[in-house]
Design a protein around this ligand. Structure first.
Ligand code: GRF
Length: 193
């Protein structure tokens, strides 16, 4: 099975999945591997990590396309070169068109840094702090045409501490993301038989 991971920045969630695949020997035990890491940003730091791991990489700069549909169509061609069984969005900061989402229905997942359905969208940590939340966290979910609304696959909860800033809370959540995302990918692969 081929896993294609899409990133836009540090790619720490992608790296966590790659490392877990190596540690748990997914290629032998799940017949699955991370076949490609694709980014919309040429300077995404995660690309260097993927290349070091010998994983194929590609960059599609969304600014080189004159519409969201044109970018998504080119992205789909690039992704399908790797015949993906699962497409993993990991810090991929693009809203995808319904046509793209429909093409990957049921095999497109994302991680969002909040306890969905609370705090869809951006700046989730500051919003949780401003709302006086005692807990925050992350959610792995199926991607549907409605942003941050697909079926929930996994969640992790962390406490919000009185002196938390968005950065300290983000760091606490990110640690949990690196635990639940690889776990959710492996569970998804096992569910596919
Ligand atoms: C993380 O907060 C993740 O929840 C969100 O993007 C942020 C950075 O992720 N999707 P990564 O380090 O690029 O994996």
């Amino acid at each position: 099975k081929n896993i294609v991971i899409l990133i836009s920045g540090s790619g720490s969630n992608m790296a966590a999945i790659v490392r877990r695949a190596q540690q748990e020997q997914w290629s032998e035990r799940l017949h699955a591997r991370v076949s490609a890491v694709i980014s919309n940003k040429a300077d995404a730091q995660g690309l260097a990590f993927a290349r070091e791991q010998g994983i194929a990489t590609a960059v599609l700069d969304h600014k080189a396309f004159d519409s969201r549909e044109a970018f998504d169509a080119a992205l789909k061609v690039e992704i399908d070169r790797f015949e993906p069984d699962l497409v993993v969005l990991a810090g991929f900061m693009r809203i995808l068109t319904p046509g793209f989402v429909a093409h990957y229905a049921g095999r497109l997942i994302n991680i969002h840094p909040s306890l969905l359905p609370a705090f869809t969208g951006l700046n989730t940590h500051q919003r949780a702090i401003d709302a006086g939340c005692r807990f925050a966290g992350a959610t792995v979910h199926q991607v549907t045409a409605e942003l941050d609304h697909g079926a929930i696959l996994a969640q992790a909860v962390v406490p919000v501490l009185p002196d938390d800033t968005a950065d300290t809370l983000a760091a606490r959540v990110l640690t949990q993301e690196h635990r639940i995302y690889p776990q959710a990918v492996a569970a998804w692969l096992r569910s596919q038989g």
